[in-house]
Design a binder for this molecule. Structure first.
Ligand SMILES: *[C@@H]1O[C@H](CO)[C@@H](O)[C@H](O)[C@H]1NC(C)=O
Ligand SMILES: *[C@@H]1O[C@H](CO)[C@@H](O)[C@H](O)[C@H]1NC(C)=O
Ligand SMILES: *[C@@H]1O[C@H](CO)[C@@H](O)[C@H](O)[C@H]1NC(C)=O
Ligand SMILES: *[C@@H]1O[C@H](CO)[C@@H](O)[C@H](O)[C@H]1NC(C)=O
Ligand SMILES: *[C@@H]1O[C@H](CO)[C@@H](O)[C@H](O)[C@H]1NC(C)=O
Ligand SMILES: *[C@@H]1O[C@H](CO)[C@@H](O)[C@H](O)[C@H]1NC(C)=O
Ligand SMILES: *[C@@H]1O[C@H](CO)[C@@H](O)[C@H](O)[C@H]1NC(C)=O
Ligand SMILES: *[C@@H]1O[C@H](CO)[C@@H](O)[C@H](O)[C@H]1NC(C)=O
Length: 531
């Protein structure tokens, strides 16, 4: 019996060996830099809601002086659950609250100052906006982030470096230890013109934040985890690398061109975040109205559609609620996205590729992976190829005007240049759109075309290109002009941008809106008079 078993055992050895020949080929090496785990989570959030709220909401100002009496803060009907519901219903999976803006007023009862909700009539001085938001967000499964302004126009020790940094770290520690998980900490280097000279101990802050909240990403002009895109229009450059040199960036002295486009030779993974307000101001003002849903859709293409996170500010009103007109616009915006992007018109396509890593028998890197949602399944080409092409046979003629592409960014950002061709009725291939950089998600608009065969071509890549998703869509809302979009012109011309940037260097982030508005108005009037 033992003999027999040994015999069958010996017989089985060659079978095992044969099986080992079919061991799948391991994935290619990642191309550095690559995202950290919190950065990957952050990127997949894609849409976050910013909430600017505080005394400014009641005084009709953007920049409080820090001298408004705390009794001014008196929202009659504050409901953090409404804020979270609005975010969730419109597809935003994180909220960031201005726990303290430049005026120094704290929306939570800080031990280190009385300039806070403690001194207000709201909830009899026993309220805590951060706590109410944290509870509501946790209940509804939405992430929470906080903004703690370094510049504090109320605090007396502001200007004394050691004292103020201790004060700031004390407040930061309260925020990061009292309210459960914090997903993002948002900082700027903002300081008013002529403000007291003092040093912010950024390294100290950043290390402490990572120690207290290891899952949090830190936003600033220079990272470490996510970078300001360099303007407040909600759009990045059409080329947008997550690669960046942190050493080349200065907090409070952003080079908007460098931040907007990133750096193909960058040593650090610091993807861009695009902040913009749904209204002209950051705080709620009775006289202001929200942007249209179509404008938000355009912003979406130019931020989330260019490898960035869109941080859209929707300020609660003086009742402590998000206004009906903002909710209406957010709903229309969500409906538009749903209508365009929930249908990948290529989802029944037969997909083939110029080559497949490990050969056609290796399903792991198969071209049809590009029709599967998410970044973790992808097409990989055979090594040492000169052509990188994915063919989609749609089997029927389809009309579309949007291309969606995703890279498996956990393997590094690779694609430098690409284009999409369609087969015309006359049997010729024609290019309908081209672009530079893909990253987590790239959306390109172009005039509507109809075809049944497509080819997506990578023209240049930092390493073997990997593609995790390809989608084609029909956007019946946007008006696309001519051939532009892939390399579309920025809202303002570059001369104007440079001027805005130079003025902006020494101003605060929050001042930019004023500067930009003035510049745009002067630019428009100049154009009118020069013509
Ligand atoms: C806050 O006010 C209380 C009561 O007036 C006072 O005892 C305390 O010292 C104040 N704290 C700060 C940080 O100003
Ligand atoms: C970023 O760092 C890399 C590597 O040192 C360098 O090649 C590149 O020029 C740097 N970029 C800038 C803008 O300094
Ligand atoms: C704030 O928004 C709510 C709707 O959510 C509305 O009922 C209320 O009147 C608004 N308050 C002000 C002051 O506009
Ligand atoms: C894909 O095929 C399914 C099942 O045949 C069909 O219901 C659906 O309409 C097709 N979708 C597209 C975009 O062609
Ligand atoms: C197809 O392309 C070829 C080569 O570019 C060109 O000579 C030919 O005229 C094109 N055919 C049509 C019908 O446009
Ligand atoms: C895209 O095509 C246009 C028009 O042919 C060309 O000018 C541009 O350089 C191309 N851009 C890229 C990134 O290939
Ligand atoms: C569309 O593009 C053309 C040519 O570039 C330009 O003259 C026209 O002003 C544009 N129209 C709009 C609405 O942007
Ligand atoms: C901006 O700040 C720099 C250094 O802090 C200073 O040298 C420069 O004069 C300032 N520019 C303006 C326009 O204030």
């Amino acid at each position: 019996m033992l003999f027999f078993n040994l015999f069958t055992f010996l017989l089985s050895i060659p079978t095992t060996t044969t099986q080992s020949v079919h061991t799948p080929k391991p994935p290619p090496l990642p191309v550095l830099p690559i995202p950290s785990s919190p950065q990957l989570t952050w990127q997949q959030t894609e849409l976050s809601l910013f909430l600017h709220f505080g005394p400014n909401t009641f005084t009709d100002t953007e920049w409080g002086t820090g001298r408004a009496h705390p009794s001014i803060f008196n929202p009659t009907n504050l409901d953090a659950r409404q804020w979270v519901r609005v975010a969730k219903d419109s597809g935003f999976s994180k909220l960031i609250l201005t726990a303290k803006h430049h005026d120094g007023f704290c929306l939570w009862p800080s031990e280190y100052t009385n300039y806070s909700v403690k001194g207000s009539p709201w909830r009899g001085g026993a309220g805590d906006v951060v706590a109410e938001l944290a509870v509501a967000a946790r209940e509804m499964g939405v992430g929470l982030g906080i903004y703690l302004s370094p510049w504090d126009r109320h605090e007396e020790c502001y200007g004394k470096s050691v004292e103020y940094n201790e004060f700031y770290i004390g407040q930061m520690t309260e925020l990061l230890t009292r309210y459960g998980e914090i997903k993002e900490v948002w900082l700027d280097g903002a300081k008013g013109e002529g403000e007291k000279d003092m040093k912010y101990f950024f390294d100290c802050w950043f290390n402490l934040i990572h120690q207290l909240q290891p899952g949090a990403v830190i936003f600033s002009d220079a990272g470490p985890d996510t970078r300001w895109v360099g303007d407040e229009t909600g759009s990045s450059s059409s080329t947008c690398w997550s690669l960046f040199n942190r050493s080349a960036a200065v907090i409070g002295g952003t080079d908007s061109e460098y931040s907007g486009g990133g750096d193909p030779s960058g040593l650090d993974w610091v993807p861009a975040e695009c902040d913009v307000s749904i209204r002209p101001g950051w705080f709620w003002h009775a006289s202001q109205r929200p942007k249209s849903a179509l404008t938000l859709l355009d912003i979406y293409y130019k931020s989330a559609g260019r490898n960035c996170l869109l941080l859209l500010n929707v300020p609660p009103n003086s009742s402590g609620l998000i206004s009906d007109e903002d909710i209406q616009v957010l709903k229309e915006f969500a409906d538009m996205r749903q209508s365009i992007f929930s249908h990948n018109l290529a989802r029944n396509a037969t997909v083939t590729a110029s080559s497949i890593r490990g050969g056609v028998s290796d399903a792991q890197y198969s071209a049809c992976n590009v029709l599967e949602e998410g970044i973790y399944t992808y097409w990989a080409p055979e090594e040492n190829q000169v052509n990188w092409v994915i063919y989609l046979d749609l089997r029927a003629s389809v009309s579309f005007n949007v291309l969606q592409v995703q890279e498996p960014i956990h393997m590094g950002q690779r694609v430098v240049k690409f284009h999409l061709d369609v087969l015309m009725k006359n049997g010729n291939w024609t290019t309908v759109t081209n672009g530079t950089t893909v990253g987590y998600r790239r959306l390109l608009q172009f005039p509507e075309v109809e075809s049944h065969s497509l080819r997506f071509v990578v023209d240049q890549s930092r390493a073997d290109p990997l593609i995790s998703y390809l989608g084609i869509h029909l956007d019946s809302f946007s008006v696309v002009n001519g051939s532009s979009n892939s390399c579309s012109a920025p809202l303002v011309n570059s001369k104007l941008q440079t001027r805005v940037y130079n003025q902006f260097r020494n101003a605060s982030v929050w001042n930019l809106f004023e500067i930009a508005t003035k510049n745009i108005i002067s630019y428009i009037s100049k154009q009118l008079f020069e013509v």
